[in-house]
Design a protein around this ligand. Sequence first.
Ligand code: SF4
Length: 377
Amino acid sequence: MLDFQTALLTKKQFLLSELQTHGLRLVDARVGASSRLGGAGPTDHKAVTVLGTTIMVPVHTRTAARSPYVAAPPDRRGISVLLEEGRTVCEISFPPQPKFYALATQDGVPYWKIAQLHSRDTLATTVLQTCVRYGNSATKCRFCAIGESLRAGRTIAKKTPEQLAEVAGAAQQLDSIRNVVMTTGTPPTEDRGADVLAESALAIKARTDLPIQGQCEPPADFAWFGRLHSAGVDSLGMHLEAWDEDVRRRIMPGKAEVPVTFYLEAFAAAVAVFGRGQVSTYLLAGLGDSIEGLLEASQRLIEIGVYPFVVPFVPVSGTPLADHPPASVEFMRSVLQPLGHWLTQAGMTSNTVKAGCAKCAACSTLSTFERPGVETD
Ligand code: SF4
C-alpha cells in the first residue's frame, strides 16, 4: 500500500499532468500575471500554483477552451477554487503581476515587451524575435509562434544588451527574480545566435549577479561555448524538440537539416565547458516520438551529461499544429516516471541546474518525479 506522502505526491503529479494536458478555463481571465500569448517555445499559458507547486498551464489553446477544469474567480486573498466538471478539486492561486511590468525605458519601450516573468521567479526573453526559418512554410517549425507576438506588437524585434540589463536589474530589485532565460530566434549566421546571447549575458552580469541560461541552435564552431561561458552564461539549452529524424523532418523541416548526430557532438562539447547537468534540451512529448523513443533519447542524453527536459507539447493557436492533440497523462507518466528516477540516480535533478527552463521546471511535471517522496518546488 502507498504511504501517505507517496499517495499525496502521486495525486499531485496526476493533477498537475491533467492540467498541463487539458488546460484550464478561467472564469476571470484577468487573474494573476498576464499570460503569454505567442512567442518562442511553449506558450499560450499562465502560471498557476497548485498544491504548492507553480506550473505553466495552457489557457488560450483550443484544448483549454474544452477543458473539464475551471478556475472560479479569485477571492479577496487571490485564491481561486479549481473545479472539475463542477466538483471542487482544491484551492489554487496565480502569481501576481510583477511590479517591473509598470516601467518603461527612457525611449518609451515598456519593460514587459523586453522580458517577461515566467512561473514565479524566472525572467525570460527572446533576444531576437525573428528567425531565419520562420516565414517560410518549407522551413518553419510547425509548433512555433515566434512571429505572432511581434506582429501583434507585444514585443520588439531585437532587445539590446542595455535594455536587457536594465530590465533584469529592475526585476531582481522589485520582484526578486532568481534567474534569467534568454532564448533567440536563429539568425542567418554560423553562430546561430550565440553572439547576441554572449553580449546580452555580459551586460546583465555587469548589472546583476543573476544566473543565466542561454538557448540557441548548436553553433557551427563549438568555440562559442567557451565564449558564452566567459560572457556569463551559466547553463546552455540546445533544443532537439524531437528525437526521431522522421518526426523532426515532419514537424520542423528547417531545423531538422541539423541532424541529431550533430546535436550529440555539440552537447558533448558544451558539457565539457558548462559541466554535467548544466546543458539541457527540450523534447516535446506528443509530436510523434514514441514512449520508447523518448526514453532511449533520455538515456543517451543523461549519459553525456545533458538534462532531457521532456515537456508536454502545447498546441498553440495560430500555428499549423493548433489542433494537434496533446500527449495524454498516461503517456507523460510513462516517460517522466523512469526519467525522473534516472535523473535522480545521475545526480542531475532540476534543483542542481543553475538557470533556465530545467531549473524553472514549470512547463513540465518532470521535477515532481525526481527525488521520489521529496517536494521539488
Ligand atoms: S520552463 Fe522555460 S519556458 Fe517554461 S515557464 Fe519556465 S522559463 Fe518559461
